[in-house]
Design a protein around this ligand. Structure first.
Ligand code: HEM
Length: 361
């Protein structure tokens, strides 16, 4: 103990450690029957940490390039000690992280945690979700297997439908007109350099905003607690809430470990650009609702191309989604019901379309 104390004293003299952790000691977390939803952001952060750690381990053996990528992943899975497990954890954790990021987003939406003054926490969150989906999209191609190759072909083709900027964006992503080894090199660059850098900066901003503004309270409770301040209940963030959060991380780790060990991630067959696309090719589950919607729109609606219309509609809804907090009332007693209705509809639509997309041929 005295050793730890002297290490702390040493750090304090050099970094002003006590001043640095003082805000954490002052921080409190509101206690109510929905407080457990506050765990979700932290679980997402924990899974991001797992992604960074396992991603670095995979980088020790992975080689980007159309002639080596598949073989290097095969090597990781068959020759490297526990390589299969690390790859399996990385792939499962990516999916769990996207799932928890979505769950976190809908929880802050239904708890109305995006309201003034947390508009920028929301905006940074939506951009984080797009980045996390970008990680999924770029990472999917890296093993260079058949499914990934054709899913990337379809995904980048959809990007090409965006009016005006679509074609240049598609060429930028593909590194040419077609999906080739050049696309793989680019996706590798996005996946291990561009996206991690942007995501780290945004997570820092996001968590800094959470730290500055404190945790929100659902509007009804805020009204009650303002009228009767003695009813307010809260818990110290450090160590009380932090220890509970860490228990949630243990649970996430247990789920992740079990999934990765019991259902090892498949590698499939090496991509061959010259064979026909397998029938019924589908994207990863988090893109399914968009994919299925585009499939259902007729090829021409009036004089507009169906795909273009779909992509435009998703773009507009995405923009509205980012701006949602700016349509909300400042008063906790007058929150906008249409926003909750819109959120519930969006959740039901995404879930319904995903299931439909999964079952459809
Ligand atoms: C990589 C993805 C993300 C990470 C690592 C992350 C992390 C966190 C953490 C640690 C918190 C504090 C604890 C909590 O309320 O859960 C938080 C709060 C918050 N997050 Fe996120 N988040 C992510 C994505 C998102 C997304 C997609 C949104 C919404 C679009 C969002 C919106 C918010 C808001 C509004 C708060 C404040 C909650 C409150 O004050 O009650 N975050 N986030």
């Amino acid at each position: 103990m005295s050793f730890l104390r002297s290490v702390r004293g040493w750090l304090d003299q050099r970094f002003g450690w006590d001043d640095l952790v003082a805000p954490l000691r002052k921080k409190t977390v509101p206690l109510h029957r929905l407080s457990y939803w506050y765990f979700l952001g932290g679980i997402t952060l924990f899974l991001f940490g797992i992604q960074v750690a396992t991603g670095i381990l995979l980088l020790l053996y992975y080689r980007p390039g159309a002639s080596e990528a598949f073989e290097s992943v095969q090597y990781i899975m068959t020759q490297v000690q526990f390589g299969w497990l690390i790859r399996s954890i990385h792939s499962w954790s990516a999916n769990l992280m996207i799932f928890t990021a979505f769950a976190h987003m809908f929880s802050v939406l239904f708890l109305k945690a995006y309201r003034k003054p947390r508009e920028l926490t929301w905006v940074s969150g939506v951009i984080l979700l797009f980045l996390v989906m970008g990680f999924g999209f770029s990472g999917y191609l890296l093993p260079w297997n058949t499914l990934a190759f054709f899913a990337t072909k379809v995904g980048t083709e959809i990007t090409g439908q965006v009016p005006l900027v679509g074609k240049p964006m598609m060429i930028l992503l593909r590194g040419g007109e077609e999906v080739t080894g050049a696309t793989l090199t680019r996706f590798f660059g996005f996946h291990v350099a561009v996206l991690p850098l942007l995501t780290t900066v945004l997570i820092l901003l996001h968590v800094l905003l959470v730290q500055r503004l404190g945790m929100s309270v659902p509007p009804k409770l805020e009204v009650q607690w303002t009228e009767n301040p003695s009813a307010r209940r809260e818990m110290k963030f450090f160590p009380n809430f932090m220890l509970r959060e860490m228990m949630a991380w243990y649970v996430a780790l247990a789920v992740l470990g079990a999934l990765a060990a019991v259902f090892p991630w498949n590698l499939g067959v090496k991509a061959d650009p010259f064979v026909a696309a397998p029938a019924g090719i589908k994207p990863e589950w988090y893109f399914l609702f968009m994919f299925q919607t585009l499939k259902l729109i007729p090829s021409k609606v009036w004089f507009i191309d169906g795909d273009v219309l779909g992509v435009l509609a998703f773009g507009l809804v995405g923009l509205l989604w980012i701006l949602l907090p700016f349509f909300e009332s400042d008063q906790p007693s007058h929150t906008k019901r249409w926003i909750t209705g819109f959120a519930a509809f969006a959740l039901a639509y995404m879930a319904g379309m995903s299931v439909y997309g999964y079952l459809a041929k």
